[in-house]
Design a protein around this ligand. Structure first.
Ligand code: NDP
Length: 315
């Protein structure tokens, strides 16, 4: 059995998170099972999915295949999934978590994140698989009056029940988390946000580090098919050429090497060669001048824009 080679960080929950994980948003079910097995074979021990990605069952199949082939033990894996906006009401949180566990074929989650700090009413029973992100589908999502502290209490209950080891949030600002900390019995262990050289988020990273909240960087390669293309940036290419590495390797190493080092990164790929390449984060380093250059590129861009998805400018 191969042992994990990527570093881990101790969360405020007492559990450890591997600093590199496999992202699975937009990974089709028919491809993600193989991607998960390839990642585990390459040494990944952290897998990130969500109910809304509609691939939890296939991710679970990949995990089961890796375990049954003796590539990994369940206890050496760190599996994250997320509570969708239609499940924020405290009466629906437990069932949402149990259904994710069922699809993933797991007894517990390592991390359960609230996907967006926005509560939506559930969709009609005639549309059981709706997420609200399907373009043009009626009815449009409706905001539900569920205060976040009620959702958070239900998340804390999942920890008490032993279904979830750590809980956290995504897409939240420090001011939102500051409020959350005023009532949280169990502090968020992780905040997952978009972070890459076009969106370095230094103030958020610094604040989270101070509060003991781990930051996971999503869309670290500039996400899928979005312009401006981060991986075509002239500085990333130039820095990559200097080290004999690809722009993707430069973006991931930048994320890994940031000051404070309390961050993890979850690049998505469904291709085994890229999955392996993305794991080569250690054994080389960017010099400080290149780190500074990558942290202060003239382009600033958010790839996952909440206003388009939620009609609410959250940031
Ligand atoms: P990434 O920034 O990880 O980029 C993924 C894209 O890069 C895909 O098109 C992939 O293609 C390509 N790619 C991967 N590796 C390489 C490589 N070495 N060279 C060139 N291209 C490469 O995008 P995501 O937006 O998917 O973010 C990563 C993960 O973060 C998500 O999958 C999800 O798990 C999480 N996330 C969480 C969000 C939240 O709200 N909490 C929001 C968005 C993402 P291919 O697959 O064809 O290799």
């Amino acid at each position: 059995m191969s042992s994990p080679t990527v570093d881990t960080i101790l969360l405020n929950s007492g559990h450890r998170i591997p600093r590199l994980g496999l992202g699975t948003w937009q990974s089709p079910s028919e491809e993600v099972r193989g991607a998960v097995v390839a990642a585990i074979e390459a040494g990944y021990r952290h897998i990130d999915t969500a109910r809304v990605y509609k691939n939890e069952a296939a991710v679970g199949d990949g995990i089961q295949e890796a375990i049954s082939r003796g590539l990994v033990r369940r206890e050496d894996l760190f599996v994250t999934t997320k509570l969708w906006c239609t499940d924020h009401h405290p009466s629906r949180v437990l069932e949402a978590c149990q259904k994710s566990l069922e699809r993933l074929k797991l007894q517990y989650l390592d991390l359960y994140l609230v996907h967006w700090p926005v509560a939506w009413k559930p969709f009609p029973a005639s549309q059981p698989d709706r997420t609200g992100l399907e373009p043009g589908m009626e009815p449009a999502p409706e905001i539900e009056k569920t205060p976040f502290f009620e959702t958070w209490r239900a998340m804390e209950d999942l920890v008490d029940r032993g279904l979830v080891r750590s809980i956290g949030v995504c897409n939240c600002t420090p001011i939102f988390m500051h409020d959350l900390l005023s009532y949280a019995r169990i502090r968020p262990a992780v905040c997952q946000v978009e972070m890459h050289p076009y969106m370095p988020q230094p103030a958020l990273v610094q604040w989270c580090n101070k509060e003991g909240i781990h930051v996971t960087a999503y869309s670290p390669l500039g996400s899928t098919d979005r312009v401006p293309r981060l991986l075509e940036d002239a500085v990333l290419r130039e820095v990559g050429a200097k080290y004999g590495r690809s722009p993707a390797a430069v973006a991931l190493r930048w994320a890994y090497q940031r000051e404070g080092a309390s961050t993890s990164v979850i690049p998505k790929s469904v291709h085994a060669a890229r999955i392996r390449e993305n794991f080569e984060l250690t054994g080389w380093a960017l010099d400080q001048a290149d780190m500074d250059r990558l942290s202060s590129l003239p382009t600033s861009f958010r790839y996952v824009h909440p206003a388009q998805r939620f009609g609410v400018p959250l940031f």
